[in-house]
Design a protein around this ligand. Structure first.
Ligand code: CMP
Length: 149
């Protein structure tokens, strides 16, 4: 079933100029980009986005890192989007990520692991609503066609 997930290209990968190559890996693997935005998260934005990890040993470092420079947020549409995108992204720690995955190619460590990927349909929606308003998001293909009449 075609549905949606949310991703962020993290500050280190944006700084390294890897944005275009990561987006190309995403579209080459069959995902359609239905919303895209480059912006700089404030410390509060990053705290809110990663609130589920509050109290974990890596939380402070993660918040500081994620607000250290611009990120690129995107909503992706594809077959079984959450699970299939997590496959393309690879393991949290790039050292354990399989060859051919985004984190294997662009990640550095557990914190600077190139991209974020949502872990459920419900969280994907909660997460993209922190970056986009409804009018930023393309309609699904079927909806576009029926709108044209
Ligand atoms: P992300 O997909 O953005 O979601 C939570 C983030 O926590 C994860 O990627 C990692 O960047 C970060 N993180 C840092 N250390 C760890 C750890 N030891 N275990 C899991 N996640 C970690």
């Amino acid at each position: 079933m075609s549905n949606r997930t949310f991703t962020m290209i993290k500050p280190e990968a944006v700084r390294a100029g890897a944005t275009a190559e990561i987006l190309k890996m995403i579209t080459d693997n069959g995902f359609r980009i239905v919303a895209l935005r480059m912006h700089h998260l404030s410390r509060n934005d990053a705290m809110r986005f990663y609130a589920v990890h509050k109290g974990k040993p890596f939380y402070e470092k993660l918040v500081e890192y994620m607000s250290s420079g611009p990120i690129v947020a995107a909503i992706l549409e594809g077959e079984n989007a959450v699970a299939s995108y997590r496959c393309l992204v690879g393991a949290t720690n790039p050292a354990n990520a399989e060859e051919g995955t985004i984190r294997h190619r662009f990640g550095t460590d557990n914190t600077m692991n190139a991209v974020h990927a949502s872990d459920s349909d419900e969280n994907a929606r909660i997460e993209w609503q922190q970056h986009f308003v409804e009018t930023d998001i393309m309609l699904s293909k079927g909806a576009e066609l029926s709108k044209k009449g």
